[in-house]
Design a protein around this ligand. Structure first.
Ligand SMILES: NC(=O)CCC(=O)C(=O)O
Length: 297
């Protein structure tokens, strides 16, 4: 899949409240704003953060979870979905004519009410739901005196990797804690993805330590673009997100970064920069699969 140069926008969404209706309305307005561009950039791909329709926290997931809806022959039928979030995302992708990585929402399994996932849904510019990613690695950590979080108390991990073919190239999608597991980005890069996109929500303990480090690591290891899209920080919420949404280029350079407030950041994704990085530092063709296995094979 050939990549064309395109602009990417990350929405560091603020003001996520207890009202799902408000959250959806605000997210919609921000997608419209992001898709309009800023004079320098006119994005073809727009990204929302992790858990944009609900406060982030284990206790909220069951209440805010939605069934994505009907799937037929691997195609999701938005028309038949009962989910307000899915309907909003599909309609705003169509209205704005962008590829939309719809952050993530708590998803309830269609056939088993007791099973919940943390799920990103992805839409074409025609509003078609073209793919979903269920967070594979659940955020279960315990740093005494700092942060304890256990998504696995209520969520089930997904079991598939996600790559989306768009008219500007192939994109890998994973969610937040997934970034700590290099295999997904490695596989995506070797299977032709120009970028890995991670809706995410790091916190004030691990954010300063690892957010940028992981984004740059995934980029430089694989010589691809990496985008990490966080919610804005809200210190009145239970979970304080790190913010700092960023896009990193194939050399590992941060090309754009937000602070912690509500922002939209943009960058150009340029296939020539991927080619140039791989030509100048040819690790791509220097791998020793006679010494270790190729995880993408
Ligand atoms: N929402 C998440 O998966 C958070 C991941 C995180 O903060 C980390 O340190 O990893």
């Amino acid at each position: 899949m050939a990549t064309q140069a395109f602009d990417l926008a990350l929405i560091q969404l603020g003001n996520v409240s207890g009202s799902k209706e408000h959250n959806l309305q605000h997210a919609r307005e921000m997608v419209v704003k992001a898709a309009a561009g800023d004079g320098n950039f006119k994005p073809r791909v727009v990204v929302l953060p992790e858990c944009f329709n609900s406060p982030y926290g284990v206790k909220y997931f069951p209440e805010y979870a939605e069934k994505i809806g009907f799937q037929n022959d691997q195609q999701y039928d938005v028309e038949k979905s009962q989910s307000d979030s899915i309907k909003m995302l599909s309609s705003v992708a169509k209205e704005t004519g962008v590829w939309l990585v719809g952050g993530s929402i708590p998803e309830r399994d269609v056939s088993d009410n007791s099973v919940l996932y943390n799920t990103s849904t992805i839409y074409s510019p025609e509003g078609k739901l073209v793919g979903i990613h269920r967070k594979v690695h659940l955020f279960d950590i315990d740093i005494p005196g700092k942060i304890t979080f256990q998504e696995s108390k209520v969520l089930t991990g997904g079991s598939q990797i996600t790559q989306i073919d768009t008219d500007v190239g192939r994109l890998g999608v994973a969610i937040c804690y997934d970034v700590r597991f290099p295999e997904l980005a490695m596989i995506a890069a070797r299977q032709g993805c120009a970028a890995m996109i991670y809706p995410g929500a790091f916190n004030l303990t691990t954010g300063p330590l690892h957010w940028e480090l992981l984004a740059r690591g995934r980029a430089v290891d694989n010589q691809i673009y990496v985008a990490m899209c966080s919610p804005a920080r809200d210190t009145s919420a239970d979970y304080h997100a790190w913010g700092h949404s960023m896009i990193v280029d194939p050399l590992g350079k941060v090309v754009t970064e937000a602070d912690e407030a509500e922002r939209i950041v943009y960058a150009r994704i340029d296939p020539e920069a991927i080619k140039e990085a791989r030509k100048n530092i040819p690790v791509t063709i220097q791998r020793r699969f006679d010494v270790y296995p190729d995880v993408s094979a």
